[in-house]
Write a new protein. Structure first.
Length: 260
């Protein structure tokens, strides 16, 4: 990490009450940003931790599927902080269901949280970010938004988010707002809860042979928020131990043990 790396003064992180979002929030606060943690669950424990450690953070109740609630949260930030330089659209859900097993309500909920939420969010924050002199938006997609993934709701929502990020990057460039997507591989959070056999089998396709750590994902997100990526927009940053690029032949060679 370069000592000259700086981050926006105020950053909004969705889904920051737990998992990777909480780690992004804690790390950003430790590096000097005020972090607005927005979650449908209570994020006051993470805020208290940050404040106890000498950082600055605020909790905002937000269901990302509610466009009006987004406007309310951005108004709160405008009133209390007067600026916004970063948004991490991190809130997301995953139900590991194959196509014919996916109920319509799960399809709709997954699309609403993982794809509609970031759309409402980017629309709500853009004016304040523009007034703040520009900013950086990081959308947390997944490797499931880069390859054919067995679960249609999750995969479609994350592919949608990949495309939405590129579309917004083009629209928002005129305002000095960058938009990029991060694509984590497997990371041990509640999102993977109970799927031990699935995770163990998946790791056989990961050249690094392990899950990613919270720090490894956070560093990618913070790079895209920082002044070290000022010419980077509309791009995909994959953080997966080589799964997307090399998982197939890694597994084939490991299973056959021979190349001829
Ligand atoms: P997590 O389940 O640990 O945390 C998700 C957070 O989002 C929770 O705090 C939850 O309350 C919040 N949330 C859920 N619905 C919400 C809503 N409607 N409005 C506001 N907040 C809501 O998950 P995680 O593993 O930390 O995942 C974070 C992001 O990373 C998600 O977008 C996920 O799809 C993505 N991701 C995770 C993995 C992984 O292996 N864990 C891999 C690739 C991508």
């Amino acid at each position: 990490m370069s000592e000259s790396m700086t981050y926006p003064g105020v950053v909004l992180v969705t889904g920051g009450a737990a998992g990777m979002g909480a780690h992004h929030a804690r790390t950003l606060a430790a590096r000097g940003s005020h972090v607005c943690i927005a979650d449908v669950s209570d994020s006051s424990a993470v805020v208290d931790d940050i404040v106890s450690a000498g950082g600055s953070a605020s909790a905002h109740l937000l269901d990302v599927t509610d466009a009006e609630a987004w406007v309310r949260v951005v108004d709160e930030i405008r009133t209390t902080r007067g600026e916004l330089g970063g948004l991490v659209n991190n809130a997301g859900i995953s139900r590991r269901l194959e196509f014919m097993d996916t109920p319509n309500d799960i399809w709709e909920l997954t699309m609403k949280i993982n794809l509609f939420g970031p759309f409402y969010g980017m629309k709500a924050v853009a004016p304040l970010m523009r007034e703040s002199g520009g900013g950086s938006i990081v959308n947390i997609s997944s490797i499931a938004g880069q390859i054919g993934y067995f679960s249609p709701a999750y995969s479609s929502s994350k592919w949608g988010l990949t495309g939405l990020s590129k579309s917004a990057a083009g629209n928002f460039a005129q305002w000095g707002i960058r938009v990029n997507s991060v694509h984590p591989g497997l990371v041990g959070t509640a999102l993977l809860g109970g799927a031990n056999d699935f995770v163990a089998a998946s790791l056989k396709s990961v050249p690094f042979g392990r899950m990613g750590t919270l720090d490894e994902i956070t560093e990618a997100v913070l790079f895209l928020l920082s002044n070290s990526s000022t010419y980077t927009t509309g791009t995909e940053l994959t953080v997966d131990g080589g799964l997307v690029s090399n998982g197939l032949y890694h597994r084939i060679i490991a299973e056959t043990g021979e190349l001829s």
